[in-house]
Design a binder for this molecule. Structure first.
Ligand SMILES: [Zn+2]
Length: 299
């Protein structure tokens, strides 16, 4: 992140509640008016603020770069905590409004801002959290259907299961275990918290409390964060699940899990069974949120 250049360039402001995001455009023109891209930033920020109760950094920098090389329209994103919360986002010069409306990358990167920076071996929790939160946040904001959320989950999560030779999440640094293994940890934690608290608490409460302690700008070991999350839900789910998954494979019967959640893969796509034992938790995870009044989240 070229901070010194960034701070001298003209910027567009996106205000979300009390948070200010400074958006700077790198060289090169987009086919879309830059205001459309700023609107996309605002919508993504609002989505993340709804999930976490506020935008996860009071002051954030967002550098939007432009590329004309062939590839996907939302090319890449990276979140940084060092020297202040920042995101670098690269978009194709030809990016369309439809591409922006379908994007998941910026919500993923903004979700990263909500978690303190962890030691390298816990990278799975950073990526898993952002990967797990992104579709739920978009569903809660009304930007993604629940069918799509669960279809992607059923398709993606198996890639996070332990393979032969697995030594647990802290010691197996494959792509699958990092992104989807981390997301699996979050999904299991979310369900277990809801079970223990009779549906009154979920992972979202734990993550909000962890953000209350510090965002990506703070460096922290994982254990105190899990403790803060557990304290917020009145459970020991995060610490206990971490103990079970950190240094051994911990296989999960996904077919049984989808069945208990009432998620079925049918020929026409995903079907829901609302009589399944954990169906209410599944419904609650993607329930549409309205604008929060307490934190004056506005867009
Ligand atoms: Zn990520």
């Amino acid at each position: 992140m070229p901070y010194s250049a960034f701070d001298h360039m003209p910027f567009e402001s996106v205000q979300i509640g009390d948070a200010l995001i400074r958006v700077v455009f790198g060289p090169g023109a987009f086919d879309l008016p830059s205001q459309r891209i700023v609107d996309f930033v605002r919508q993504s920020a609002h989505t993340v603020a709804l999930y976490f109760g506020r935008f996860p950094a009071p002051a954030a920098r967002l550098l939007v770069l432009n590329t004309t090389s062939p590839g996907r329209p939302i090319r890449s994103g990276t979140a940084f905590g060092y020297r202040g919360a920042a995101i670098k986002l690269t978009l194709a010069a030809s990016v369309t409004a439809t591409d922006l409306d379908r994007d998941w990358i910026l919500v993923h990167e903004m979700s990263h801002l909500a978690l303190p920076t962890l030691p390298r071996r816990h990278h799975w929790f950073e990526e898993g959290m952002a990967s797990y939160v992104e579709p739920l946040a978009r569903a809660q904001a009304g930007l993604l259907s629940k069918e799509r959320v669960w279809a992607d989950m059923v398709k993606g999560i198996p890639q996070g299961l332990p393979q032969t030779g697995d030594q647990g999440l802290d010691r197996t640094h494959t792509w699958g275990r990092t992104y989807w293994g981390g997301a699996l940890f979050c999904l299991l934690a979310d369900i277990e918290i809801r079970q223990v608290t009779d549906g009154h608490r979920g992972l979202q409460h734990a993550l909000k409390a962890i953000l209350g302690h510090g965002n990506i700008e703070l460096e922290s070991p994982i254990e105190p964060l899990l403790e803060i999350g557990d304290h917020a839900t009145g459970t020991q789910v995060l610490a206990s699940l971490y103990g079970r998954m950190k240094d051994r494979p911990y296989p999960v019967d996904l077919a049984k899990l989808w069945d208990r959640l009432g998620v079925r893969i049918a020929s026409g796509g995903i079907e829901f069974d609302d009589t399944a034992p954990l169906a209410a938790f599944r419904v609650a995870m993607t329930r549409r949120l309205r604008v929060l009044t307490r934190n004056r989240v506005t867009s």
